[in-house]
Write a protein that binds this ligand. Structure first.
Ligand code: ZN
Ligand code: FE
Length: 254
């Protein structure tokens, strides 16, 4: 049976995720930005979490931890290399480790770039990738702590997952991402088609998350830094790392 995944909007533009493995009824919470709306969603479902997963140490991904742990007694798992920056971790994970939710296992990828220790977790059984602030729909996170080499390597790892993988990211940034993407990749027909669909969803107040990785790969400029046309357009035809760095820099100044 597939995982049940609930999207919980939090703060101004964060998404927190509730994951339920239906055979065992085990529930996990990904990146609780704040406890209030997460607890309300849990109570509405009648779900009790036994695990919190944090992708990275930023407050808008961990500030709900303590209150949920106090109420539910759930365990906390997060990146080994951010143990000192995330209070109360019970389990730490690194590249290749597994996170178990009932009968399903998630594979841990180290995806540095936004932060040094950022992890992303892929549940093959649910076709679900929890990408935190590494990969956004049609974008990527700000490069606060990592290098272009690290960030580009991280995105290539995630890009290699199956087409049908759904991207569950940390923020609803898609509409601003799309404006930027069109500025650097204006002739991309797939991007233009996705832009129209995104505008339609947002006009109806609908989330643009999750999105299918196979579609994002064709339109997200940060997953296309090695596309010859795009790399040439940003003046880095022979070096995908430099092309990624240039696209990231232009987004920072957009
Ligand atoms: Zn962050
Ligand atoms: Fe964030």
């Amino acid at each position: 049976m597939p995982l049940e995944i609930e999207l919980v909007p939090a703060l101004s533009d964060n998404y927190v995720y509730l994951i339920r493995e239906p055979v065992s009824g085990t529930v996990a919470v990904v990146d609780p930005a704040e406890a209030g709306p997460v607890d309300a969603a849990l109570m509405a479902k009648g779900w009790k979490p036994s695990l919190i997963i944090n992708t990275h140490h930023h407050g808008d991904h961990i500030d709900g931890n303590a209150e949920l742990i106090a109420k539910y007694g759930c365990k906390l798992v997060g990146p080994t290399s951010e143990k000192a920056r995330i209070p109360g971790m019970d389990q730490t994970v690194s590249e290749g480790d597994e996170i178990t939710i009932g009968n399903e296992k998630g594979m841990v990828f180290e995806t540095p770039g936004h932060t040094k220790g950022h992890i992303s977790v892929h549940f093959p059984g649910g076709n679900a990738l929890f990408a935190g602030d590494t990969l956004f729909v049609l974008g990527c996170g700000r490069m606060f702590e990592g290098t272009p080499e690290e960030f580009w390597t991280s995105l290539q790892k995630l890009r290699a997952l199956p087409d049908d993988t759904m991207i569950y990211c940390g923020h609803e940034y898609t509409q601003s991402n799309v404006k930027f993407a069109l500025s650097v990749d204006p002739n991309n027909a797939e991007l233009k088609a996705q832009a129209a669909e995104i505008d339609r969803k947002r006009a109806q107040g609908l989330p643009t998350v999750p999105a299918r990785l196979g579609d994002d790969r064709k339109a997200n400029p940060f997953l296309r830094a090695d596309d010859p046309g795009l790399a040439a357009r940003v003046g880095q035809p022979d070096n995908s790392t430099a092309a990624f760095a240039e696209i990231r820099k232009r987004k920072d100044n957009f």
